[in-house]
Design a protein around this ligand. Structure first.
Ligand SMILES: [Zn+2]
Length: 355
């Protein structure tokens, strides 16, 4: 188990740190109660999850998972030209264990939700089933610039008029894919963007997200169909407008391990905590690790869903509940060999220790 302790320039104190401290607390509780597990347990602090000083983000977990070459990570520099390699050497954090040589059987990460769902629904635990895949596009709508005064409406090749109708349809597309579908048109460029010129070209972004690869592909098909429909509807000579769909980036969804997710659910149930399945829209170290080992995440609510902000906050009782779920889920996976106390309720004592 583990998470990260680096942050954003305006970051709060829970994003990442909660997962590391919850992991440490699990170890202390097991130690205090003399509980020995069948599988060995470890706490990890992944280097540079946020990427606020060195890019790429999720660097330590990415290197471990083989997604980022070690040389590339070590060569990354900050704004002052300082490299990751030099910084690790200076702080004494450059270890001598070969990357990827240290394997593990399962990885649990506790984290604040960084979104509003748990708080809004008054639910304590989010059993994270995976991370949303994303598919990014640019749509270019081309008509013809003309003077806003002398050009009567039937003679206009107005790119913005077509773009607005198309965007409206694209956003409605999300309705059929709830609760996990997300559709966003966040960036708009109107050319020439002048008050008295009919827009000749509009370029806008489309961000499609879903948890299931097949559904994300279906949303992509729908987007293509909408572009073709609006293109076909605007081919009369006097009002012709053309539409082009350009793919920008595609990151497939990452499902987490069903058997570990079930352990998070049943741990919540046994602790009599409210819980629900949910996906993560943000990147996490667990998402990188999911490529090589079974992973699961445990979300707890954060105030107003705010994160990457100094006002980030979470209730101590929620953090305690999250740590207890982490403890119980890890014990389910690791198995108990022996315990030298007869305190069968060790899991409920993290509360006192956390104070
Ligand atoms: Zn984080």
């Amino acid at each position: 188990t583990g998470s990260h302790i680096d942050t954003q320039p305006t970051g709060g104190k829970f994003d990442g740190c909660f997962g590391v401290l919850a992991g440490l607390e699990v170890m202390r509780v097991l130690d205090e109660h003399g509980i020995e597990t069948e599988a060995p347990l470890e706490v990890v602090i992944w280097t540079n999850e946020e990427g606020s000083r060195f890019v790429p983000v999720m660097m330590g977990s990415g290197v471990h998972a083989g997604l980022i070459p070690l040389e590339k990570a070590l060569a990354a520099t900050d704004r002052d030209g300082d490299s990751v390699a030099a910084s690790l050497a200076r702080t004494g954090y450059a270890g001598d264990v070969p990357v990827g040589s240290h394997d593990f059987g399962a990885y649990f990460e506790a984290h604040i939700e960084q979104g509003p769902v748990l708080e809004q629904e008054e639910i304590t635990i989010g059993a994270v089933t995976g991370s949303l895949g994303l598919h990014w596009f640019d749509v270019v709508v081309s008509g013809q610039e003309a003077h806003a005064g002398p050009t009567p409406m039937p003679y206009r090749r107005d790119a913005l008029k077509t773009a607005c109708a198309l965007v409206s349809d694209i956003l409605t597309l999300a309705d059929a894919y709830q609760p996990n579908g997300r559709v966003t048109c966040g960036e708009f460029n109107v050319h020439p963007n002048s008050r008295n010129v009919i827009p000749g070209q509009v370029r806008f972004s489309v961000d499609l997200r879903h948890l299931e690869p097949a559904v994300l592909a279906e949303m992509h098909d729908q987007l293509k169909a909408l572009c073709l429909k609006h293109h076909a509807a605007n081919q009369s000579d006097k009002q012709r407008v053309d539409i082009e769909l350009i793919e920008v980036q595609h990151i497939p969804p990452t499902p987490f391990a069903p058997e570990l997710i079930e352990m998070v659910r049943s741990a919540s149930q046994e602790l009599e905590l409210s819980y629900r399945d949910m996906e993560t829209g943000a990147g996490h170290d667990a998402v990188q690790i999911a490529g090589i080992n079974p992973v699961a995440m445990i979300f707890v609510p954060c105030e107003d869903g705010i994160s990457h902000n100094e006002s980030e906050n979470a209730e101590p009782s929620d953090l305690e509940d999250g740590a207890n779920v982490l403890l119980l889920a890890m014990l389910k996976r690791a198995g108990i060999v022996s315990t030298n106390t007869d305190d069968a309720n060790a899991t409920h004592n993290t509360a006192e220790n956390a104070q």
